[in-house]
Design a protein around this ligand. Structure first.
Ligand SMILES: Cc1cc2nc3c(=O)[nH]c(=O)nc-3n(C[C@H](O)[C@H](O)[C@H](O)COP(=O)(O)OP(=O)(O)OC[C@H]3O[C@@H](n4cnc5c(N)ncnc54)[C@H](O)[C@@H]3O)c2cc1C
Length: 485
């Protein structure tokens, strides 16, 4: 008899799991609280401008290709991918670094700032490439059940890299603070400070310089549209505007959910909503992790975001722009060590309309501004305005142009929205960080230890934050469900 799976949420991880489960012959139904799919990767369309609300960096194209490949498809069946050149630009107080789409160009840029550094860079990226291969082929595809999953011949040879940090490794060979910041940037996607992230994660540097930065024409939401199309093709049923209010457990077994006051039964319940929230849908005796447990974990930052429509094309910008013109250490402390609104924050600006005209009306620019901040900060309209003024002023100074009077509209998104729209724990933007003590089997589990037939997926569980890991998380949990049913 066909078994029924209810999936809570429609982020990357839920959509991924739904596709795999439907392919295995399960009857899959998604219940999503919001009116559109995609979770943190939803889209905002306004006055001819298109914004990706969350993720904007398309890294690790191989993972996306593998996902669609598992269903006999290619990404090109759904969207057109372009490799960005330059990949991105970093603004410092007194200089700008441009990262090209090829190691030769990047090495030239490194030599300009620190003669002799190109050779170190090539060695560093060669090691990062080895780590990438090991991570993708041997570690990331394990379900995080046992510590032995991490023990392979390759990891045993690199055990020191799990105890040294990426900061230490980078500083051994590079002295120029701008190059250090450039090489520490990729691990910020993992949600913790580079000084808390194991150097094994240098595989993110290979993802950056080795595999490059890509853009799906039309924006990141094209991936969600592709996954929705695939899910529907595989027979998945999708309900939006259907917040799940409760996970029903009978005799220690998940047997369904309650949404909009109605009971829906299933053989398996899988939640892709934030793990902490998912467990709050259970009676307390069925929760595996206490408030104290969550309170001790290192979470990835929250973000203050602005979606801005400009009525002109802007100068001196690229598709991706990092503003590292203030003190990174101080900002990192204000995120992780002494949580507070940052005095002088670093920020990131995405202008997809620079390379993709479909994202803005002719002669206009679509701008997405992101300031990483600590989770759970006070979030008021006044603070949002204060920070917008601060970053727009710095943006104007660094890029040498006036843009403030060319803003047609701006929308913002911050801690309160993360909580309200995604039931995000403390308003985190991208889940639980990947530190040594929050890696693999040390993360919240895909399978409930207390409730039979209850599973979890997404950026708070295995393997971790980011779009590619969320795709993998969906695959891993679908394998566990298939095995136990
Ligand atoms: C601002 C920002 C920038 C980012 N940038 C990048 C980037 O450039 N590159 C990258 O790879 N990653 C990036 N990320 C991370 C990436 O977006 C996430 O890791 C990924 O989208 C998480 O997917 P998920 O499936 O785990 O969770 P989500 O996308 O959060 O999905 C969870 C879903 O569950 C739903 N839900 C919650 N509660 C309920 C309920 N009770 N009932 C029903 N549904 C419910 C939510 O509405 C949501 O749709 C970024 C994230 C943010 C926020």
């Amino acid at each position: 008899m066909t078994k029924k799976v209810i999936v809570i949420g429609s982020g990357f991880s839920s959509l991924s799991a739904s596709c795999y489960l439907a392919k295995q012959g399960f009857e899959v139904t998604i219940y999503e609280k919001n009116s559109t799919l995609g979770g943190r990767a939803r889209q905002l369309k306004k006055d001819g401008f298109t914004f990706d609300i969350g993720p904007s960096w398309y890294w690790m194209p191989d993972i996306f290709e593998n996902f669609f490949g598992d269903f006999g498809k290619k990404t090109s069946d759904y969207y057109q991918l372009d490799k960005l050149n330059p990949a991105y630009k970093i603004f410092f107080k007194d200089d700008v670094i441009t990262i090209g789409d090829h190691m030769d160009q990047i090495c030239e840029e490194f030599e300009r700032l620190e003669p002799g550094s190109a050779l170190h860079l090539r060695n560093f990226i060669a090691k990062a490439q080895e780590n990438y291969k090991i991570a993708i082929e041997k570690i990331v595809l394990r379900p995080g059940i046992s510590p032995f999953e991490l023990v392979t011949k390759d990891t045993a040879l690199r055990v020191d890299q799990f105890f040294k940090t990426i900061s230490q490794q980078v500083r051994k060979k590079f002295k120029n603070p701008k190059l250090i910041a450039t090489l520490e940037f990729p691990v910020l996607f993992l949600g913790a400070k580079p000084s808390k992230t194991p150097s094994f994660y240098s595989f993110m540097n290979f993802a950056d310089f080795g595999l490059g930065t890509w853009h799906p024409q039309g924006g990141m939401y094209e991936i969600i549209k592709a996954m929705e199309a695939l899910a529907l093709e595989l027979g998945v049923v999708i309900h939006t505007e259907s917040p799940v209010e409760k996970i029903i457990v009978e005799r220690g077994k998940a047997v369904g959910i309650i949404t909009k006051g109605a009971q829906r039964t299933a053989d398996v319940v899988l939640s892709g909503a934030d793990y902490h929230h998912s467990e709050s849908l259970l009676n307390s005796e069925y929760r595996q992790y206490s408030e104290a447990y969550w309170g001790k974990k290192i979470f990835a930052p929250s973000s203050l975001l602005f979606y801005v429509g400009f009525d002109k094309k802007l100068n001196n910008i690229e598709h991706h722009n990092l503003f590292f013109d203030t003190d990174f250490e101080q900002h990192a402390e204000e995120i992780y060590d002494r949580p507070q609104w940052p005095k002088d924050p670093l920020f990131y600006v995405n202008f997809p309309s620079v390379t993709d005209p479909s994202m803005a009306p002719t002669g206009c620019e679509t701008g997405f501004f992101l300031v990483p901040i600590a989770t759970n900060l006070e979030d008021t309209p006044e603070l949002r305005t204060q920070y917008f003024d601060l970053i727009i002023k710095r943006f104007q100074e660094r890029t040498g142009q006036d843009v403030k009077n060319n803003i047609i509209f701006k929308e913002s998104f911050c801690v309160n929205d993360f909580k309200e729209q995604y039931n995000s724990y403390k308003g985190n933007a991208y889940g639980m960080a990947n530190t040594l003590l929050q890696t693999a089997f040390l993360r919240p589990k895909l399978k409930s230890k207390k409730v039979k037939n209850l599973f979890f997926t997404g950026q708070l569980t295995v393997p971790g934050p980011g779009v590619p890991p969320s795709l993998i998380s969906g695959k891993l949990v679908s394998e566990l469900i298939t095995k136990s049913n």
